[in-house]
Write a protein that binds this ligand. Structure first.
Ligand code: CP
Length: 315
């Protein structure tokens, strides 16, 4: 595998999930693969799980790992070609990406959506410019439109909690005081489209995700109806895609409660974290035995490790 920018960069999702489940049994087995090689993790935005789990995954594979909070410590980068750089941008991505590529063998990048410039966000300006100019493998640690490491961790977690029938999986919007990007929801949808499942997305009208991503996935505007007999309930907030980045409704009745979970088939509660308790999900749900959010976060290490292993094997 050359790059991991999207869940579809995996040749066969189920085979990779099975391999990750095996890898967990002996996470240091491939500690020789990264020997003498280096990965740079560049964070243009905050992180807890992605930063620590990707660093741990790299270390498990024997990689040297350099972490930089680019957003707060790096120079502001220019991405446009041919501009006169006499404003606030100090360095062009052309030089920055080429220079960084001299220090490492793989670069992993976190760069969220602006939620103000839809065109630039959809063009994945940061990720694609690094891919264009670095000339080394690039890993997406959450970009403007996707979070494929999270989606792979979610797939691993669902495999480990699988039910003995075709599962019903619900992705539910939930309220949040701030405008959040679509990346996690997008990648979860794209991952679910590769699974044999009864998959339903539920949200208030106006919160439709990018139709180029949801394609034919079922949308049910009645959350309680959507939750009926669900085996997995993945809750996430996102801002409007059509009215780009707007918080149009913040209806507290969309919070996931214990009463709503009674409608499910003893469903497992999932969230990528961080989560706002008693806004997105009630305490009694996230603290219940059916909550698998800590397992999800643990699987971030194995999702990153299997991806880095595949890239190292192709170097
Ligand atoms: N789920 C996730 O990506 O967590 P962080 O933002 O803390 O990395």
């Amino acid at each position: 595998m050359q790059n991991y920018l999207h869940i579809n960069d995996l040749d066969n999702l189920q085979a990779v999930v099975d391999e990750a489940v095996e890898l967990k049994k002996n996470e240091l087995e491939f500690g020789f693969l990264g020997k003498g090689k280096t990965i740079c993790l560049l964070f243009f935005n905050n992180s807890l799980r992605t930063r620590l789990s990707t660093q741990k995954a790299a270390q498990n594979l024997g990689l040297n790992c350099i972490v930089m909070n680019f957003g707060s410590e790096g120079w502001q980068l220019e991405y446009e070609d041919g501009v006169k750089m006499n404003q606030d941008k100090s360095e062009h991505v052309k030089e920055a990406a080429k220079v960084i590529a001299q220090y490492c063998d793989i670069v992993a990048i976190r760069a969220f959506a602006s939620l103000t410039d839809k065109e630039k966000d959809l063009a994945e300006v940061v990720l694609n410019n690094f891919k264009k100019y670095a000339g080394i493998p690039v890993v997406n640690m959450e970009s403007a439109t996707g979070h494929p490491l999270q989606a792979l961790a979610d797939a691993i977690t669902m495999e480990e909690n699988k039910v003995p029938h075709k599962p019903k999986v619900v992705l539910s919007w939930a309220p949040h005081p701030k405008a959040l990007p679509h990346a996690v929801a997008n990648s979860f949808v794209e991952m679910m489209q590769l699974q044999d499942a009864d998959f339903v997305i539920t949200h208030p009208k106006g919160y439709e995700l990018d139709p180029k991503i949801t394609k034919n996935s079922k949308i049910e505007y009645n959350q309680e109806k959507a939750l009926e007999n669900a085996d997995f309930v993945y809750v996430k907030n996102w801002s409007s895609f059509k009215e780009y980045g707007e918080v149009m409704i913040s209806d507290p009745n969309w919070m996931l409660t214990a009463d709503k979970m009674k409608l499910t088939n003893s469903g497992k509660f999932m969230h990528c974290l961080p989560v706002r308790r008693n806004v997105i999900v009630a305490d009694e749900v996230i603290d219940s035995r059916n909550s698998i959010v800590i397992e999800q976060a643990n699987n971030r290490t194995y999702a990153a490790q299997i991806v880095l292993k595949k890239i190292l094997e192709s170097l």
